[in-house]
Design a protein around this ligand. Structure first.
Ligand code: GLC
Length: 393
């Protein structure tokens, strides 16, 4: 099984793998991975292209299903009664096909983390519900914290390095202002418009004012370090890093002029087509993605399940604020990146997008110019029509 950083691999052994081996007699070797999601998929793709008989099972970010599809085994013949309980949008269905090539292991949803103690100290009765409120609260708290000697304190931290994480942040800004969703589910390129420009201009204004200039190099780990070391009032992060303490609160992301938007992420388990042990591998995937393990991993580690019935489990509901948060979000606020429609082109699409957004955030490019350039790039890459072209058809 390839995936998991060393520490999470150890947890997986304790939570599930030891049990699996005891029950089935099937031993599982864990091969740890490092790096960003895109670096990992590049490595996985290299291995699969060589038709390597091992690793058998892969942990993959949900956005790479289309990229890896042709190398993954159809799990349909192995399915058990749990399969119908997964959220359909999390299932690893082959884009444009019928094969089920990945089963969801856990889901991630973006959230706003905030310092309850600081909100109280400065008289804010509730966390911000709009970007405007967030800007005001962040600036207010930042100024006063610094004045009382908390040097290096910032209002808001997020993921601004040019990588997949920025794609998620940028999509949230863009859609919350009604600026389109990069590529709509029907295959229309929707990125070059004044609302998207407005959204990115606004985020660019945060850099160096309520967010540190170095936010443009931040990944998930950097933002978490800043927040956990007490150097930030607000943080955008994923539900999976929530751990209960007295001072940290969790809520949905702020709304723009259109609505509030949270990107959905998460991971699936898939079996290589070239695996020397297809039946054993499928058995492992079914066990790990099944009810018992998902329940345990939610309770112990805070991972959001992908099985609908677990959302009415009272133990989980009581213990997990992230689960309550997900249940409370208004319909339509959780969104997916355009990875299904872009399929194996998704890596290129995301890279073009985050590169252009990064150039706007660092004031190297003017939003309107940058977005029309991005639109041309996306047309070349995918062959999809722009909104304007689609209207003329
Ligand atoms: C989280 C999400 C994943 C996303 C990544 C971006 O790990 O679960 O879907 O691609 O963050 O950095």
């Amino acid at each position: 099984l390839l995936g998991f950083a060393p520490q999470s691999g150890e947890y997986l052994r304790q939570d599930a793998l030891n049990d699996f081996t005891r029950r089935t007699g099937i031993a599982v070797d864990l091969i740890p991975t490092w790096g960003t999601s895109a670096e990992q998929v590049a490595l996985i793709l290299r291995t699969l292209k060589h038709h390597a008989p091992a690793p058998d099972v892969y942990l993959i970010d949900m956005i790479w299903i289309g990229t890896l599809a042709r190398h993954l085994m159809d799990l349909t013949p192995y399915l058990d009664e749990n399969a119908g309980d997964h959220f359909p949008e999390m299932l690893g269905t082959e884009p444009g096909g019928r094969r089920l090539i990945g089963l969801p292991f856990y889901m991630n949803v973006a959230a706003l983390y905030y310092r309850k103690d600081l909100l109280q100290k400065y008289g804010f009765r509730h966390p911000p519900t709009t970007w405007k409120e967030l800007e005001t609260a962040a600036a207010w708290i930042q100024a006063r914290e610094r004045a009382s000697g908390n040097t290096g304190f910032w209002g808001y931290v997020w993921q601004g390095a040019p990588y997949e994480g920025l794609t998620c942040n940028a999509l949230e800004w863009q859609m919350s202002f009604g600026g389109g969703s990069v590529i709509d589910p029907d295959g229309t390129i929707s990125v070059n418009n004044p609302r998207a420009a407005q959204a990115f201009r606004r985020a660019a204004g945060w850099v160096g004012s309520i967010s540190p200039p170095s936010v443009l190099t931040y990944t998930e780990a950097d933002s978490l370090n800043a927040f956990r070391s007490g150097k930030a009032a607000f943080m955008r992060h994923w539900s999976s890093v929530y751990s209960a303490d007295r001072t940290t609160g969790l809520t949905g992301l702020p709304a723009g002029t259109h609505k509030a938007v949270e990107t959905v992420g998460g991971f699936l388990l898939a079996v290589s087509r070239y695996s020397a042990h297809p039946a054993e591998s499928a058995r492992l995937v079914l066990y790990l993605t099944g009810r018992e393990v998902q329940f345990r991993r939610a309770l112990r580690r805070g991972y959001l399940p992908t099985l609908d019935p677990l959302y009415s489990n009272t133990d989980l509901e009581r213990t997990l604020p992230q689960l309550r948060l997900l249940k409370s979000l208004p319909p339509g606020s959780c969104v997916q990146r355009p990875s299904m429609i872009a399929s194996e082109k998704y890596a290129g699409v995301s890279k073009a997008y985050y590169t252009v957004v990064h150039s706007i955030l660092s004031h190297e490019a003017e939003p309107a110019d940058a977005l029309s350039r991005l639109e041309r790039q996306l047309v070349d890459l995918t062959g999809f029509p722009t909104v304007a072209q689609a209207e003329h058809r």
